[in-house]
Design a protein around this ligand. Structure first.
Ligand SMILES: *Cc1c(COP(=O)(O)O)cnc(C)c1O
Length: 491
């Protein structure tokens, strides 16, 4: 046997075909199983105690372990009734693209090869999707957390005399940025990781519709300037995690231009609404951003992981990240040609071929079909919201802008409604029937329903409401019984 290649290729191929067949069938019938089921203690224990293998096992044996110990206990986001978090559902086509990419084992940090051109192509397509100019630069990354971080670092390196920060650090500068109170936690973490400190991110209060309050923002900036701080960045969110609200992007673009600040948009999932003709107007102003972070692995259903950062003006991103290192020198021909490279645009040198699955999604479904997925999710969300408003025991906690519905059960029989709603969500998740999540809206615990999966239909939303109703009846019967027992004990 030479190296690690199989001794018997025919045997390997048969095993591979079986795995492919099984997984495609598994995806095809995913809605017939539970959304999620807890991992048995024995399975968890097996992972926790498994020693480092000294000698190799058969691929078939490993596959059996995967099939019995991993596959049944996955997070459940492929299932149409996974409504807990903004996770994409993935596609069989995306899985096949992943397989091909792994087969090539390309490294997209740089050098002159076709996979790099595929990534350049999808970055150019992404720029077009969001109304960025074709010369915009960008990078496929793990997700919006990394994309936001790269954009925020890029913004810090593009302040006045920003190049000096790359040599001396940000220590001497009092740079501050602004984001809404409902901005994702990764924005504050990016400030932390950038060495600015989380406190340098000012949190702007929200208005009644959960959008950044522009008046509050302007007065925060004025206060900071008066106190000797250097406002350099404002982050708008297009699709907040809690309610799906969209900050006033056009007004933010105006303000950033007026104030000489960088305008970044976190559009992790919401930016994709740009592909839906009925929703795109909600995102007016997004195309004016200096940078944008968004995910292909959420609404575009590309298998994890696939995030993207775009930077409008060429040269800005490289100004923040490019280095000149002798062993990475660029040539006019041969493998070291084709600069600038993706390693000049972010922190990673070695990078996988995420671009292939993104290409297969954008070209395989087309922008219009992906837009229709977004339209359908949002229509389902609006439908759910109006049902919630019509059911006396349910309360809608926030207006529905996109695909997130926050609701709660309100009944006179129970005093602690946070407890009740939290238990109901756990009941639903553990049942395997449907999986919403929770968040806090205006100080109360909300049942949060995020509709992202391309497989979700109206029937699934009906099952959610039916199951919620059934578990509520069980809980109320229990509460009533306890009260009866208490009064008997007291009598
Ligand atoms: C999901 C999300 C993020 C984080 O993106 P990841 O891809 O999970 O890293 C950031 N911001 C918003 C608004 C999100 O919805």
């Amino acid at each position: 046997m030479a190296g690690l290649d199989p001794e018997d290729w025919e045997e390997l191929k048969a095993q591979g075909h079986q795995m492919l067949e099984d997984m495609l069938e598994n995806i095809r019938h995913v809605s017939q199983g539970p959304v999620w089921q807890p991992m048995p203690a024995s399975v968890r224990e097996a992972f926790k105690t498994a020693p480092l293998p000294d000698t190799g096992q058969e691929l078939g044996t490993l596959y059996q372990q995967f099939a019995s110990m991993v596959q049944p206990y996955a997070v459940g986001n492929r299932h149409p009734r996974f409504m807990g978090w903004v996770h994409g559902g993935g596609t069989a086509q995306g899985m096949l693209a992943e397989m091909l990419a792994a087969g090539l084992n390309a490294n997209l940090g740089g050098r002159d090869h076709a996979p790099v051109e595929v990534e350049r192509m999808v970055i150019r397509w992404a720029a077009e999707m969001f109304g960025f100019p074709p010369e915009a630069t960008g990078l496929l990354v793990t997700g919006s957390s990394m994309a936001n971080f790269i954009a925020i670092l890029t913004a810090t390196r593009n302040v006045a005399d920003g190049q000096a920060l790359r040599q001396h650090g940000v220590g001497g500068r009092r740079l501050v940025g602004y984001a809404g109170e409902s901005a994702h936690g990764c924005v504050a973490r990016a400030f932390d990781m950038a060495g600015l400190g989380e406190q340098a991110l000012r949190r702007v209060p929200m208005d009644a519709t959960f959008r950044m309050d522009m008046t509050a923002l302007e007065s925060l900036i004025a206060q900071d300037r008066a106190a000797g701080f250097e406002p350099f960045l404002v982050v708008g969110t297009a699709g907040t995690v809690d309610t799906g609200s969209i900050d006033p992007l056009d007004a933010l673009a105006d303000l950033a231009a007026r104030e000489g600040m960088w305008f970044h948009v976190d559009g992790a999932f919401g930016a994709l609404a740009k592909l839906a003709p009925d929703l795109a107007p909600l995102l007016a102003g997004l195309e004016r951003a200096d940078s944008l972070a968004f995910d292909f692995h959420k609404w575009a259903q590309v298998p994890y992981d696939a995030g993207c950062v775009l930077v409008r003006e060429p040269g800005r991103q490289a100004a923040a990240f490019a280095q000149s290192l002798a062993y990475l020198s660029r040539e006019d021909r041969g493998l070291a040609a084709g600069a600038p490279w993706f390693c000049d645009l972010g922190p990673d040198l070695s990078r996988g071929f995420r671009a292939l699955k993104v290409w297969f999604a954008l070209a395989g479904f087309g922008a219009r079909e992906l837009g229709q997925v977004v339209t359908r999710s949002c229509a389902l969300a609006r439908g759910l919201a109006s049902q919630v408003q019509a059911i006396p025991r349910l309360e809608l906690l926030a207006p529905v802008t996109l695909n997130v519905v926050c609701l709660r059960v309100v009944v006179p029989e129970v005093d602690d409604l946070d407890w009740l709603n939290g238990e109901l969500v756990k009941d639903l998740q553990v049942s395997g029937v449907v999986a919403p999540s929770t968040t806090r809206i205006g100080g109360v615990l909300a049942i949060r329903v995020a509709l992202v999966n391309h497989r979700t239909t109206e029937a699934d939303v009906t099952i959610l409401l039916d199951a919620l109703h059934s578990f509520l009846e069980v809980r109320l019967a229990h509460v009533k019984m306890m009260k009866t027992l208490e009064s008997l004990a007291g009598a």
